[in-house]
Structures are given as C-alpha cells and as structure tokens.
Design a binder for this molecule. Sequence first.
Ligand code: NI
Length: 131
Amino acid sequence: MMKIHHIGYLVKKIKKAQDAFEALGYVAEGSVVHDEIRKVDILFLEKDGYRVELVSPYAADSVVAGLIKTYKNSPYHICYEAEDFAADIAWLEGNGYIRMDEPTAAPAIEGRKVTFFMNPALGMIELLEGK
Ligand code: NI
C-alpha cells in the first residue's frame, strides 16, 4: 500500500516560512530547490517523523498561482509514495480519483515522477514514484 511521504504546504514567502517552521523545531532537508517545470520554490523540512514540503510560487503562471490566492499560507495536499507507480495510478483512477496531470519529474525529489489527483471527498493528493 502507498505510504505517506509528505504534507504539501503552500507559502507566500519561503524564507519566512522556513524560519517560522524552524522556530517550531523543524529541520530543513537540504536547501531550496527552484522547480522550473512548476515555477515554484520547494523546501522539505522534518519534525517528529513528519515531513512538510513548502511550496512557494515565484511566477504569475506557476501551477499553484491560483491555489495560493484561495488558500493563502496553508497545507493543501498529502503526498503518497507508490509501491508500484502504474498499479497505484490505476487503483486511484478506479476508486474515484480524477488525475489532474501527466506524471512529471520532480527536481526536488531526486527527479522521481509525481502526479496529482482530485477526490471529491478528500481534495487533492499527490502520488510519488517509488525508489
Ligand atoms: Ni508535494
């Protein structure tokens, strides 16, 4: 079964958000990655075994430019790591999840592929290709 990989968290100012999370005891994993596919800056932080992904749009045509206007600074997806990427996509599509994009490499996660789904009861989730 899929395992939780991270909670995606939209933020307007990534450095200020990093400082605020670090003040709560989160520790950054690496440094900010500039994702030119999605036009977002990304930083992972960890605390108590939980991983949070800060996602901050840097251009007006970023994939999350619309979302941040709605949600402001807020968690907005849970990412699950696939055991079998193709099989898990098929399972989600067969269980009420609508795929929102094609699987695309994620520079902030070792270039592994990710794809997003919408579920009418749960909202948005992300599926990450396993190692
Ligand atoms: Ni994510």
